[in-house]
Design a protein around this ligand. Structure first.
Ligand SMILES: NC(=O)c1ccc[n+]([C@@H]2O[C@H](COP(=O)([O-])OP(=O)(O)OC[C@H]3O[C@@H](n4cnc5c(N)ncnc54)[C@H](OP(=O)(O)O)[C@@H]3O)[C@@H](O)[C@H]2O)c1
Length: 248
């Protein structure tokens, strides 16, 4: 049975760890060609080597999603090498939680730049090609925090709500071009996300909260594969999933 994944050209931002890396592996195993972007180029280079050794086509481009020219270079490289882009997975993100009163303005700026601007830049880089092709699929990564806000996670929640708003607006605007859009909102998944919380007490608290319940990153990859693998006339607009034991 065809999975509707084999042969597709999939661009993934934030592919150097966690959800992006797991998705690159799973989609490659299903026969997709992947183009990987992240700042830690050594990691995506070795992933490309590993995937290529397994017989699938892959490329890596050092990409900081806060610079539009770099996101465009990633997407352009994928199209140049493969003649098209089928899926844009805007996954790069960070979650340096802290209460607003600690005034961690640098962390706020980084979240806005990566989680919101980065997603918009991914859309801007992929959309012209998808319009021209009259086909494509843009998948943006939100979070449970895109549905709920809680103390200590206000700015992160704001960015992830923004991702859902942008994606739903995009869905309506791209109807004439036969482009699919999907929001994926994960609950706790075991990745490096928590390690990048800059306030040690908050980091320890989040670690404790997710310990023993966080799902493996492959869970997310399967959600991406599910959305992509639907027949072309089926648009999976939103997926929200959590560990069964997650309360929030
Ligand atoms: N894990 C969870 O529980 C969870 C839950 C809900 C939503 N999410 C979302 O899932 C996405 C992936 O996170 P993850 O859990 O896989 O965390 P992760 O392991 O920390 O991965 C984050 C990825 O984003 C990349 N990134 C960060 N800043 C970047 C920048 N300026 N330019 C390009 N890439 C950048 C990182 O690559 P480099 O550092 O190499 O650039 C890395 O590959 C994020 O959007 C996150 O908000 C995660």
């Amino acid at each position: 049975m065809s999975t509707n994944i084999a042969g597709k050209v999939v661009v993934i931002t934030g592919a150097s760890s966690g959800l992006g890396e797991a998705t690159a592996r799973l989609l490659s195993a299903e026969g997709a060609t992947v183009a990987l972007g992240a700042r830690r180029v050594d990691r995506i280079d070795s992933l490309v080597e590993e995937l290529a050794a397994g017989g699938t086509k892959a490329l890596a481009v050092m990409t900081d999603v806060t610079h539009f020219d770099q996101v465009k270079r990633l997407v352009d490289s994928a199209v140049h090498a493969n003649g098209r882009i089928d899926v844009m997975l805007n996954n790069a993100g960070l979650m340096p939680h802290s209460p607003l009163e600690r005034l961690k303005i640098d962390d706020w700026d980084r979240m806005i730049d990566v989680n919101v601007r980065g997603v918009l830049y991914g859309i801007a880089a992929a959309l012209p090609y998808m319009k021209e092709q009259k086909a494509g699929h843009i998948i943006n990564v939100s979070s449970v925090a895109g549905h709920k806000v809680r103390p200590g996670g206000v700015v992160y929640a704001a960015t992830k709500h923004a991702v859902r708003v942008i994606t739903e607006g995009l869905r309506m605007e791209v109807k004439p071009y036969n482009i699919r859009t999907t929001i994926i909102s994960p609950g706790a998944v075991a990745t490096e996300l928590v390690d990048n919380i800059t306030e040690p007490d908050i980091r320890d608290g989040v670690r404790k909260m997710t310990e023993g319940i966080a799902l493996p990153a492959e869970t997310f990859a399967r959600m991406v594969a599910f959305a992509i693998s639907q027949p072309d006339d089926v648009d999976v607009n939103e997926i929200l999933f959590r560990p069964t034991r997650q309360e929030l």
